[in-house]
Design a protein around this ligand. Structure first.
Ligand code: FES
Length: 285
């Protein structure tokens, strides 16, 4: 059991969760993840670590409420506990002095990129941030990134902030720079990672993605997180979660991510009359 220190919705549908986990906080590195279960019957959810405090022994996660399990997690509040928090898992992000690194974040990826950007800056890189969201009110932690990033671009689908459109306008951003970035790192939804990788392929910009497949054990035992990288089978939990975006079989990845979509829909249909609503951190039915 890990005690919850803080749980709050930071933008609609996006939650910050800080857990007491001293063993994880003393070892975790940028790019790694934990597996969390909200309760004893809960699904095991892999979630990237967005921040940690070694002294206080806490880790912070940003997660999006998308289904039954993340919904259960979103109903917990400070003082409650989660049944499981295992980690740190996966390999850490490769950090070096690459030159200029463009970090593209959307959704929960804005949070998970934060330790990566801190480490990149410490290693002497110039960091260009690109935030992608449906609208300006879905972009968060800008105050944190302003202190780190050399330049920040925003792309919103409704044009409420920065460039209007999808991440498809990334070439416009890159072409407007004096030199293309030496590396691109993308965290966020599958579409964002796949589309960004597609656009950096021709210019030959190395592109790192942080894959988020369904997982069970997170230690290479079950095979559920199987992905195809450059034609070879890999396990995202132990071989990743980071891979070259140019080598991922995105079609297969997307179809495996949707494997339990029908069950999710059925769950919500069955639970509709009693559907839980979280208000001010507490669950009300
Ligand atoms: Fe089981 Fe990766 S989650 S092998």
């Amino acid at each position: 059991m890990n005690k919850i220190i803080e749980r709050k919705m930071i933008v609609p549908n996006m939650h910050l969760l800080t857990l007491e986990a001293p063993d994880i906080a003393s070892k975790v590195k940028p790019g790694q993840f934990v597996i969390v279960r909200a309760n004893d019957e809960g699904e095991r959810i892999p979630l990237s670590v967005a921040d940690w405090d070694e002294e206080k022994g806490t880790v912070t996660i940003i997660f999006m409420e998308v289904g039954a399990s993340t919904g259960a997690l979103a109903c917990l509040a400070a003082g409650d506990s989660v049944a499981t928090c295992v980690g740190p898992l996966g390999n850490e992000t490769e950090i070096g002095n690459f030159g200029t690194v463009m970090c593209v974040g959307g959704c929960y990826g804005i949070g998970s990129l934060y330790p990566v950007v801190k480490a990149l800056k410490k290693a002497g890189n110039r960091v260009i941030m690109v935030f992608e969201a449906r609208s300006n009110y879905l972009i968060y932690w800008v105050d944190k990134y302003i202190k780190l990033a050399d330049k920040i671009f925003n792309v919103t689908r409704d044009g409420s902030l920065g460039l209007k459109g999808h991440i498809s306008c990334l070439p416009d951003i890159i072409n407007g720079l004096p030199n293309p970035p030496d590396r691109v790192i993308v965290n966020g939804c599958t579409f964002l990672m796949a589309r960004t990788s597609e656009m950096t392929r021709d210019p030959g910009i190395p592109t790192v993605v942080n894959l988020n497949p369904i997982m069970i054990d997170g230690t290479g035992m079950c095979g559920v997180c199987r992905v195809t990288i450059n034609g070879k089978m890999k396990f995202a939990c132990v071989d990743g979660p980071e891979f070259s975006g140019h080598e991922v079989d995105w079609k297969e990845f997307l179809s495996r991510r949707k494997a339990y979509l029908e069950e999710e829909v059925l769950f919500f249909r069955r639970s509709e009359p009693k559907q839980a609503v979280h208000k001010e951190g507490k669950c009300q039915t």
